[in-house]
Design a protein around this ligand. Structure first.
Ligand SMILES: *Cc1c(COP(=O)(O)O)cnc(C)c1O
Length: 818
């Protein structure tokens, strides 16, 4: 019997007894959700369970905060415009060590944990890899014991939800807050004013003082979510900002009858945090985007300085006690804003403030794509942030003087180093601003870091040769192995013990089992179970039947030309042709699975989605290739879908044009879960090859160096295509409307682009890719060889844990002892 009245007022937050948890759930259901047990639906149970889980975080959360205060520990602030969190309940419950008792507690109440877990909203406050990295880092910082805050925006609508209609992507608003968000605490007391526009005045007394008079102000208010580390040893805070008007309603205007105008301020504040920009890598050239960037940067820095000053009453020790990590250039305005706050608000001298700023800020670069290098037209920037613009000019003057006088920079070098791009309309270069204002600039893989030194930051690197460093990305093994793949996790635990969950590099102990026939069988059985679950999902969502005994060949990521989904689709078309010409051959049965969103304005990416769906329709309806080849495009790729797809993959497609994928993290998730990678020598694929061994990964295609060489010395795709009968035939079929009889010219321009310039070198890599796929087939045909390789992948992927990445940041960039 559960004694509800006793636990209602005194929950036993240390207990892991299922009946105690059950009593707390009933308590929360009754007194917080306001539902009677007899009428509660699954969503009500979910809300109550989240609240009970959240209760269990509070004591340790407060203790983590107190400890940092008490020990005067250094705090790390991770600023990111994106956090691609996904669902949190499984994560929090696992890390609190409550999974088994919570399941049992719910079961005793007639509720299935897995069923309600599926109902939790997937928080998609990010586009792709960059946002997911921020989420993995938050979990790892709590796990390895870094006192950290994540700072971002509480978008009311996350990344759009994708539906596929007649093969085309359609975007619908995402509504993750529809049922409220039980994880967060609304901190009305943590509120800061953020200004926009207006003018700057100067008073000539002593050194002189600049005062910004913004034309418009909004209030940033904080929403805090606890982030639980493994075994809950530390719990950190994710603080997301919401914008609110200073005056919610202008009563004078309202009373005059101007009902719309009276809400003007309210609407402008509302728009600020309403939507996440869905542009993945390309710059969103919108004033609203710059407003968002400045809004969250300013609020976060004000919060950081207030906390620091409250504790230390000086800023002299700011770099010793505070690390601000900028996730890409989206928060790069922090460089100018930290200067403004220190100089104008706290009265520090410019040179001193600069020393503190560069000592505190560090910047992570995520891309070298020229269209993704953020820059803002000077008039836009100056109009919105006049005082920040003045400070940027001042920083630039000092920078260029030093480049000229101390480093002997040439005119060309000066032009590249400058914070202002003067090649056309004058623009503020956010990458250069972040570089100059930071003591560390890191790339996200070894290759990407090398290319950074040779390309975008060549001149700045020459001037500051110690700043650039490599920090290869990682993924949290809690979400991306233990939670998403319980079958494999229990097999590993049964084989080498549970300790690998505390130290993921212990997966190495699986190596001796890679050749063990009995272990191979079990490893394959765990994979098959995940494939059965995925085929059920595909049947339910798409009405398509796929056999778990065929090879699951998966490419899931944002749709982008550099990621080359097109190469994969063309190869599928070519394979389709070959199977039809030689149905008598012993083909390896495959399902090619795609998923991913395209930026709503990215024409070719949307056309590639349509092509995948058109090709799928034709191939899946062809009797000759039935049971040998199928193509599936699963709609609405997000973290939760990835958690279904990753454990079910046999083959992981990581086939970007070499030199263009900064790191990739999808590649890591798959290999950790025992998929073989087919990939180019790009981003972290290079390091995956080093870790798993070159016999356990299938590499094809041009290297980054060869790509650069070809681009420099003239590349003729037309000639290459003519020399490849398979490629020519596939392209002819696509261009002539074989897959689009309703609109035969649909893909004419897309294919013509490959003939005329083929910037992403699809033609150059096609034959090599196709050969590599047949090599994959040969491996698959020998199950003991295939299983050996996939087991070795899992065994050797521990290094890609984001715990390792965070330890490197702590040691090399943040100077946080662990
Ligand atoms: C891991 C992940 C990504 C990044 O995938 P890449 O293959 O590295 O581009 C993007 N979106 C989601 C939902 C992810 O989980």
């Amino acid at each position: 019997m559960i004694n509800i009245s006793e636990t209602a007022h005194k929950p036993n937050l240390q207990s892991t007894e299922p009946d105690v948890l059950a009593a707390e759930i009933i308590d929360r259901l009754t007194y917080s959700v306001g539902k009677d047990r007899s009428v509660a639906n699954n969503n009500d149970w979910l809300q109550a369970t989240i609240l009970v889980t959240r209760d269990r975080t509070i004591d340790q959360w407060m203790e983590s905060t107190r400890e940092t205060y008490r020990t005067e520990g250094k705090r790390v602030y991770y600023l990111s415009l994106e956090f691609l969190i996904g669902r949190l309940m499984r994560d929090a419950v696992t890390n609190l060590g409550l999974m088994d008792p919570m399941r049992e507690a719910l079961k005793s109440l007639g509720v299935e944990f897995d069923v309600i877990a599926e109902m939790e909203a997937d928080a998609a406050l990010g586009n792709g890899g960059l946002g997911r990295l921020a989420a993995c880092f938050m979990e790892s910082m709590a796990t390895v014991g870094v006192p950290a805050f994540g700072y971002g925006i509480r978008y009311r609508h996350g990344l759009f939800s994708q539906r596929i209609k007649d093969g085309w992507q359609q975007e619908y608003p995402e509504t993750w807050l529809e049922h409220g968000n039980r994880w967060e605490f609304d901190r009305r007391e943590s509120a800061y004013e953020v200004g926009f526009g207006g003018s700057v005045s100067f008073e000539e007394n002593g050194e002189g003082k600049y005062t910004w008079h913004p034309a418009e102000r909004v209030i940033a208010t904080a929403y805090d979510t606890p982030i639980v580390g493994w075994k809950a040893e530390r719990i950190n805070t994710l603080r997301l900002w919401n914008a609110e008007p200073v005056d919610p309603i202008r009563l004078d205007a309202f009373n005059r009858g101007d009902h719309i105008g009276s809400l003007h301020q309210s609407n402008r504040a509302d728009a600020l945090t309403r939507v996440l920009y869905p542009a993945d890598t390309s710059e969103a050239g919108q004033a609203l985007r710059l407003r968002q960037e400045y809004f969250f940067s300013s609020a976060s820095l004000q919060d950081i300085l207030r906390r620091h000053h409250q504790q230390y009453e000086t800023f002299d020790n700011l770099p010793e006690k505070v690390a601000v990590q900028l996730n890409d250039t989206h928060p790069a305005v922090c460089v100018a804003e930290l200067m403004r706050l220190l100089v104008d608000i706290y009265g520090l001298e410019f040179g001193k403030a600069w020393e503190l700023t560069t000592g505190t800020i560090a910047y992570t670069n995520h891309t070298l794509l020229p269209e993704a290098l953020e820059s803002w037209p000077v008039p836009l920037f100056e109009g919105m942030l006049p005082r920040n613009m003045q400070i940027i000019y001042e920083i630039n003057a000092r920078l260029l003087k030093s480049a000229r006088n101390e480093h002997g920079a040439s005119d060309d070098a000066i032009r590249e180093i400058s914070l202002i791009d003067e090649s056309g309309e004058r623009r503020v270069r956010m990458g250069n601003l972040a570089f100059v204002g930071a003591h560390s600039i890191n790339g996200v893989s070894e290759l990407h870091t090398d290319l950074m030194k040779q390309t975008v930051f060549r001149n700045l690197h020459e001037m500051f040769p110690d700043r650039i460093n490599a920090k290869t990305n990682g993924i949290t093994p809690r979400r991306w192995l233990t939670q998403c793949n319980p079958g494999l996790t229990s097999l590993i635990s049964d084989t080498i013990g549970r300790e690998f969950q505390d130290d993921i590099t212990l997966l190495k102990e699986l190596e001796p089992y890679a050749d063990d026939a009995a272990f191979q069988e079990k490893f394959a059985a765990a994979k098959r179970e995940n494939k059965v679950a995925l085929s059920n999902l595909v049947r339910e969502r798409m009405g398509l039947s796929i056999s778990p005994d065929t090879m699951f060949d998966i490419q899931i990521k944002r749709i982008h030309e550099y990621k080359r989904q097109l190469l994969n689709i063309i190869e599928a078309v070519s394979l389709f042709d070959q199977i039809r010409s030689h149905p008598e051959k012993d083909w390896v049965p495959r399902v090619k699975i795609f998923a991913g969103k395209a930026a709503p304005t990215y024409h070719n990416a949307k056309l590639i989605i349509k092509l995948a769906n058109d090709v799928a329709r034709v191939i899946n309806a062809d009797p000759t290739v039935r049971d040998i080849l199928k193509v599936v495009f699963i709609p609405n790729y997000n973290v939760s879908l990835a958690e279904m797809l990753v454990p079910a993959a046999d083959l992981s497609e990581q086939i970007s044009t070499a030199g263009m994928e900064a790191s990739g993290t999808g590649n890591m998730k798959f290999a950790l879960n025992g998929a073989l990678t087919i990939g180019t020598l790009d981003g972290a694929n290079v390091e995956i090859r080093e870790q798993v061994g070159e016999d356990n990964i299938v590499i094809f295609g041009l290297t980054a160096e060869e790509v650069a060489e070809k681009r420099a010395n003239g590349y003729d795709p037309r000639e290459l295509i003519a020399g490849s009968p398979e490629l020519s035939q596939a392209l002819r079929a696509i261009a002539s409307g074989v897959f689009s009889p309703d609109d035969p010219h649909r893909y004419r321009d897309l294919v013509e682009g490959l003939y005329s310039h083929d910037w992403f070198m699809v033609a150059a890599d096609f034959d090599s890719f196709s050969e590599a796929q047949r090599e994959v087939d040969a491996l698959w045909n020998d199950p003991s060889v295939w299983r050996n390789k996939t087991i070795l992948n899992t065994a050797r992927m521990g290094w890609f844990s984001s715990d390792r990445t965070i330890r490197e940041y702590s040691r090399d960039i943040w100077n946080v002892p662990l």
